[in-house]
Unconditional design. Sequence first.
Length: 1066
Amino acid sequence: MQKYNPQKIEKKWQKEWDKSEIYKAEDFSEKKKFYCLIEFPYPSGAGLHVGHLRSHIAIDIIARKKRMSGYNVMYPIGWDAFGLPTENFAIKTKTHPKIVTENNIKNFTKQIKSYGPSFDWSREINTTDPKYYKWTQWIFLKLFNSFYDEKLDKARDIKYLDIPKNLNALEKREFIDSHRLAYEAEMAINWCPSCKIGLANEEVVNGTCERCGALAEKKIMKQWMLRITKYADRLIKDLDTVDYLNKIKTQQVNWIGKSEGAIVKFQIKTDDNIKTPEHSSEVFNEPEGNPRCRSKTCHPIYNNSINDNEKVVKSKNDAEPAEGFEPSDNRMTNLYLHHATGKSTPNLLYHSLKVFTTRPDTLFGCTYMVLSPEHPLIKNLESGILNLEEVKKYIEQAKNKSDLDRTDLAKEKTGVELKGIKAINPINNEEIPIWLADYVLASYGTGAIMAVPAHDERDFEFAKKFGLEIKQVVAPLFIGEGKNKIRKDKKNTKRTVVDVIIKHWEKDEYFCLDWSKSKNDWKSFVVGGVEKGESEEEAALREAKEESGYQNMRVVKKIGGIAYSRFFAAHKDVNRRDIKRSCVYIELLNSSFIEPKEEEVKNHNGIWVKKEKVKDFINLQEPKIHWDILQNGEKPFIGYGIAINSEQFNNLETSEFKIKITKWLEENNLGKKAINYKLRDWVFSRQHYWGEPIPIVKCEKCGNIALEKKDLPLELPDVKNYEPTDTGKSPLAKIDQWVNIKCPKCNSNAKRETDTMPNWAGSSWYFLRYIDSKNNKEFASPEKLKYWMPVDLYNGGMEHTTLHLLYSRFWHKFLYDLGYVNTSEPYKIRRSHGMILAEDGQKMSKSRGNVVNPDEVIEKYGADTLRLYEMFMGPYGDAIPWSTSSLIGMNRFLEKIWKMQNKVGTQNFVSANKNIETLLHQTIKKVTEDIENLKFNTAISSLMILLNGLDKKEKISNIQYSIFLIMLSPFAPHITEELWKMFENKESIHLQKWPEYNEKLAEETEITLVIQINGKVRDQIEVPADISEEEAKKIALGRDKIKKWTEGKEMRKIIFVKGKLVNVVV
RNA sequence: GCCCGGGUGGCGGAAUUGGUAUACGCGACAGACUUAAAAUCUGUUUCUCGCAAGGGAUUGUGGGUUCGAGUCCCACUCCGGGCACCA
C-alpha cells in the first residue's frame, strides 16, 4: 500500500475533472434542474482566506450530492470585479485596473481550483468584461426608460406615461424625467472624503464609510438615483413567497421600515393673523405647490400636481404612499434642497403644514408641533417670527452638527420655539406652539411632527425639558387573566379608584396588601374607591386610614395617569370595571394607630414590605407601574388603550380610533391615510473610473439622452490617471475626446455622463447571465431563463442582506415587470454562512496578522482535510474560531480511511455483520438528511461513527466500503476518487448514484431499555426493540437494582415509553 | 432603547423536538511500540464524595408545568448580530 499523499492525488484529479468536464451543467436536460449559487467573489489582491471557502465548500457539497441524486446541477462561478479596492491598488502601483483585475482573477482561479470545487467553469463571467457590462448598461437604460405605473402596480415603458396636456416642451420633459425609474436629482449625499466617492445609504455604517471607516460628509451633488422605493411594498410582501432564513427576512423588513398612519394638516397662524385663511375653505387634495419652484423633485408641500396624476384606486385597506414622502429623496438627503440652497425661496403665504403620524388617535393630545431645522416653511414665515435671530442661530448650529452628533441618543434634546407663530390643532381648533428641534429629521415623513408628549418618548423628553403641556389621551387597559378573568355570567360593577402607596414613619418600608385571605391571588397596595365630590387625595387619605389603621399622614404627591381595568373580583363575586384615577403617595408621620374595622380588613392582610422587596411582592400590573414611576420617574404611555379626553371619540379602543379618526380627517379634508417607508431611493452614481460608464448623453437642448442598444457597450476609455478628484468629478470628465460628443438627437454639442455605476450594479443580475453567459443578442435567452430560474439555493453573507440581496431583488422585479424574466423573485432559498474567526477568536484581518491562508493548509494537509474541517468545525451558520489542532483530526480520519483499503474483501455482504448493516443504513439516512439541511458537521460525525464501526471488523465488504466512499465523496472528492479508481472502477465516483437507505434495515432490533425510578436512571437492559409494555414492566420490576429502590415503597404509577424507557413512580 | 440569535466538559460542539445530557472531534492523562522523540495503536477523561461497591450534583441564574425539562412557560442575567430621535 502506498502512503496517502494528498498533494499528489489532488492535483491529478483536479486536472482530470477539468479535462473531462464532469461538472458541466446541461441546458434543457431531461433531469430536474437544480441551480445553486454562491455570491461571486471580488478578486482582490489579498487572495482568498479560509473564511471565503466555507460557503463555496458547503454549496459544493450540496451540488455534488444533488448531482449524484440525479439532478441537472448548475453551480457557476464568476468575478465581481469593478470597484474601489482594485482601483486603489491600480493607483498605488500605477498599473491599469484591467491588468490588476486580470492578475487577481488568475490568482483566485488557481486558489479556487486547488480545493476542488465542482464549478461549471464554462459559464464563467466577469462584470468588467464589456460583453458583460453591455447588459448592465442595457438594464440601466431600461430603468431610465420606464416609470412605475401605480394603477397596475408595476413598471412600464415610459411611452405609456400619461402626460398632462397643458405642458410646454420643457415642462413635458421635466415631467417625464421626474417619473423615470433611473432619474437625476441634485441632493445632499453621503460623501466619503477618503475614498472620494458618493455612498449609497446602505454603505454608510454609523455615519462612516463602510469600506474605509472615514467619517461620511454631506455633499450636494447631482446624482443618478434608482427608484427602489416604488418596490418597497412588494419587496416586503413577496418575502412570504420565498424561503430565506428568518433573520434575513426580518432584517429586510426592518430596513424597508414600513409604517402605516395618516397625514394630518395643521393650519399655521401668525400673530397678525392676516396670513391665515379659514381652513374650512380649503380642499385637502387641491394642489398647493409653489408655482415658482420649477423642480418636480421638490418637496410635495410645494408640489402636489405629480401626486394628483398618480392617484391610485386600490383596495380599501391600501393607503397611498405618504405625500410628504416622495421618492426623490435619499435617506440622508435634505428634502428641501432647492429652498435650503436658496435657489427658489419666494415669499409665499403658507397656510398649512402637514405631518405624518402613526398615531392619529392621539391627535387630541398634540400640544405642540416640531419642525426639523431644515424645514423650508421657516424661511417663508420669517416675517412673522418674533425671535428670528435665535431661530437662525439654532438652524446654523444644527447645520454644523455632524450626523453622528445629531443622532446621538444620549445627548439632551435641544430646540427653539418659533415665537409669534402658532399652529391650530385641526381636531379641536386649539392653538399650539411650534418648535424647531433637530430630533425631528428632515428626511423622514414631512420633516415635521405633531408632538404628543403623553404618548411618545421623544416628545415627552422634549416637553419635560421645555415645560410644555403633557395631556393624556390614551388610558392603558388592564384585563384580568386566569382566575381574574372576566366572567360572562357575573354582574358588572363600575368604580372609580386610586392606588395608595403608604410609607412607614421611620423605616424604608411600604404598606402592601396580601389578598390570599379572600379568594384572590392579588398582592397590591391599598386601593380605595373615590366617592362623589371627593378629590383623589382626600379619597386616598381616608382609605389609607381605614385600611391601615394609621392616623397621622401627609400626601407627598400624586403620580401616574388614568388607567382602566377589567377583571373578576372573587371576594365580591362580581366583574369589576375600574377607572383608576391615579396613585397617591403618602408618608406616615408617626405610629399613631387605631385597630381597623373588621369590615375593612376581612379580605386581606396588611404587610410592611422593605423597599427592595416591593417590586417582587406586588403582582398586579397597575401598582407595579405606579411603584416603578415612584422609583424611576414618570414615563409616557406609548401602548394601545382606551381613548380619554378625546371628546366624541372617548372610550374607543386605539386601533378602532385610528380608523375612525382617519375617516373623519378625510371627510373634513384635514388629512388622509398614509404609508411611510424608511427605505430611500438608491444613489447610483460613483465618481470613479473603475465602474460601468452610465450610457447617457447630456445635451443642453434635449436634456438626458439614452444611448441606443446598438451603441452598447459604452466602453470605459483608457485613461492615464484614474485618481479620483476632490471636486467630486469622475476621472472620466478629464478625457475631452471621450466626453465631448454630438447629441444623438439634435446633433449639437453635448457631453457624456462621466459618473460610473456602483459595483452593486453588476452583481444585481449576474445570476441571470450564468444561464447564458455567451449570448450576444440578449442578456440571456428567454427559454434558458425559463428553464433555470429561479435560483434554487443561494448562499451569501449577512452583510449583504440590505445591500446586494435587496438591490438584486429590486432589479429582478423590474425585469419581471417588463417581461424579461418569468419569476417575480430571483432566489427560492437564501441561506447564510457563519464567519470563520481567527484562532484568537477575533475577526481575521490582514492588519491583525491572524489570517489563515488556505494555500498553506492545502500544501500541508491537502484540500480534502481542509474541506472536511471547514464543514466539521461547527454549525454552518455560526461564527467559529479556527483551530489548527482540530484540523489535524480530519487528517487522521482520512488516513484511517486510506488504510482501510487493506481490509476490503471482495465478497459482497457475505460476512457482513448484522450490526454494521444497521449502522450503514442509519448513516446513509443521517448523511442524506443532514446535507439537505446544511448540517454538515453532524453528517461528518456520523460518517466517523460508521468508519469507527467498520474499523473494528477484521474484514469489510467491497460494497460497504464503496457506499462509505460515495457518501464521503462530496466532502472529500479527491481521496474518494483515488480509492474508488483503485478498486477498478472506470467511471468517476462523482458520477455515481447517491445511495439509498432501507428504513427497515436502519431500525435497531435490540434496544437499551432504561429503567427509571422517579425519573432517575437506575438500571438498563438490552431487550428486543418491539418489547411490549407488559413485558417491559415485568422485567423492569424484577431487576435486583430496581427492587432495591422500590422495596417498602408504594408504587404509584409506571410509565412506559416504547423503545425507550420504563419509569417507576414511588 | 427596539428587533433577531445564543449561553451545554479544558476547547469546537451533539442531543430523533419532552424520554439514558455531554455523540463526534480536539486537547489532556496513562499504557504499548521505540535507545529516544515524533507518528501510530490501546485505554481513561463533566464535576464531586468513596479504597471499592455505589452515591450525589450538573445544560447562564431563579421560579413553574410534568412521572420525566438542555428542550415547554414566567422572571432575570450575560454574550453575539441588526436597527437606532423613522414620529
